[in-house]
Design a protein around this ligand. Structure first.
Ligand code: MN
Length: 190
């Protein structure tokens, strides 16, 4: 299982390009893969190794708010990332006593770890990312494995693991709906 996160120029997939992918196997090491169009001289990205990993059926990809990252990755590479898991969906399924499902809240409440969100809105398109940006980007995947273990135990306790897995299987389709513009109201709404 690989923890994955992305940073983009902003929140609109049609407008805002992919800038960075963060990957961690859960061993405390994070790999940052940066996308800088100017270094390619207008050639576009192929990224065969990344695409192979992100679509490998034998490797689970763990996200927090996978819906956004899957749409960004589909927009950038034309791939359905699968199988994908999402700690935000897991949290929403079991932590129904709160509406705080942000990564910072979950890390604090379930792991006792404080992560900073200070660099969240910084310029991820910069050719040279600052040490602060790199540390922030890394912290977004560094704790996902531990978080998933806590949430998985809660999903089992509340007998909702199977439901969570069904939600996870739908994520690639949900991401494609977002890219097509089926966002608000979404197709399940009356
Ligand atoms: Mn992030």
């Amino acid at each position: 299982m690989v923890a994955v996160d992305t940073e983009t120029m902003g929140l609109d997939h049609r407008r805002d390009r992919l800038c960075l992918i963060q990957l961690s196997s859960g061993n405390g090491i994070v790999h940052l893969v940066q996308f800088v169009p100017e270094r390619l001289g207008g050639r576009g990205y192929d990224s065969p190794n990344l695409k192979a990993l992100l679509t490998n059926p034998g490797v689970r990809k763990l996200f927090h708010f996978a819906r956004f990252d899957l749409a960004a990755l589909h927009g950038a590479f034309g791939i359905d990332v699968a199988p994908a898991l999402c700690t935000k969906i897991a949290a929403k399924l079991v932590r129904t006593f709160t509406d705080r499902h942000g990564l910072k809240d979950l890390c604090r409440e379930l792991l006792g770890v404080d992560i900073s969100k200070q660099q969240q809105t910084s310029d991820w398109g910069a050719a040279n990312l600052s040490p602060e940006q790199q540390a922030y980007a890394a912290s977004d995947v560094l704790h996902l494995h531990a978080l998933w273990e806590k949430l998985r135990a809660l999903l089992i306790r509340e007998d909702r693991l199977e439901l969570a897995e069904a939600c996870f299987r739908f994520l690639p389709a949900r991401a494609r709906l977002d890219l097509m513009g089926y966002t608000d109201p979404d197709i399940f709404q009356h």
